[in-house]
Design a protein around this ligand. Structure first.
Ligand code: DGY
Length: 304
């Protein structure tokens, strides 16, 4: 049996697989991440991959023996799930273990955008801080404000709990429900929905216009949920006071007008980037691979 991973994991995948299947061959890149294009998948029974790996019908066709794809992420928009199901390949993801990390990061971005932390840091580092001023970089106080949470699954609920503890009023909605009233009523919106055809550009120019002047948008979900050009317009016009973004439509590329916007706090997709979360995500992938290769049904199956 052969297990191929596109990335070096923070656990010893090879040792774990071989402890159960001593004859298994486990191919893990020596360092970092190896794009799928460079890998020979002909004999692969199991694949551990990252959200950077686009798995479509063409990739599946290169892996005729494949039985399981363990995606080291909760989002599975990088995988053509119907094509995987048609090929008889089980796809698993890594829910729960990254909930707290991602919720913490969404709140970090909310604070950073509301209190203009990026602008402040740039001012200091540029040696341009003239000293304390009464009217310097005034932001939005979060206590007493309304946070709109779009996508009320595990992460959305974890963000809501934290926002409540900050004294915010929380209004939440599933991404399949009408979202316009949330845009109209919230001072800040935080996205926690998966990227699907229905949620692509869920945040568009019309919905941004519905937001209160001075509103804030936080996105730790997927970049494709936001029309980035429309967001750049809303920031440039001053209609939105800020945005905290961790995800982008075409990572690692970032829309040039978002890059140029001083009011956008831009993070490099760090939502689940804690040692705890990433180690447990990798462990779930190893568990899924071992389960399938030993004839058991894995946890967290996302294919129908
Ligand atoms: C996920 O798991 O989908 C996250 O985006 C990774 O940080």
């Amino acid at each position: 049996m052969r297990v191929v991973a596109t990335a070096n994991l923070p656990i010893d995948l090879a040792a774990q697989v071989r402890a159960v299947l001593p004859a298994a061959r486990v191919e893990v890149p020596v360092a970092g991440w190896t794009g799928l294009a460079a890998l020979d998948l002909t004999a692969a029974d199991a694949l551990v991959c990252l959200l950077l790996d686009r798995i479509d019908a063409a990739v599946l066709a290169r892996a005729p023996r494949l039985r399981v794809i363990a995606n080291c992420a909760v989002g599975v928009d990088n995988i053509d799930l119907p094509a995987a199901a048609a090929a008889g390949v089980i796809v698993t993801n890594t829910p729960d273990v990254l909930t707290e990390a991602t919720a913490e990061f969404a709140i970090a971005l909310l604070f950073a955008a509301a209190r203009r932390l990026g602008e402040g840091e740039r001012l200091v580092r540029a040696g341009a801080w003239p000293g304390w001023r009464l009217d310097q970089l005034l932001g939005m106080q979060l206590a007493g404000k309304t946070l709109g949470v779009i996508g009320f699954g595990r992460i959305g609920q974890a963000v809501a709990r934290r926002a409540g503890a900050l004294g915010m009023r929380v209004i939440a909605v599933g991404s399949h429900e009408p979202v316009d009233p949330i845009f109209a009523a919230a001072d800040a919106i935080s996205l926690h929905c998966p990227l699907t055809p229905a949620t692509r550009h869920l945040v568009d120019a019309r919905r941004l216009a519905l937001m209160r002047p001075g509103g804030i948008l936080i996105n730790t979900a997927r970049g494709g949920c936001v029309d980035e050009a429309a967001l750049a317009d809303a920031l440039a016009s001053g209609h939105l006071a800020g945005a905290g973004l961790d995800v982008y439509a075409h990572e690692p590329a970032i829309h040039p007008r978002l890059l140029a916007s001083p009011r956008a706090v831009l993070a490099p997709h760090l939502g689940s980037a804690t040692t705890e979360a990433r180690t447990q995500m990798a462990q779930l992938c190893a568990d899924a691979v071992i389960a399938v290769l030993t004839g058991r049904r894995p946890a967290n199956v996302v294919t129908r």
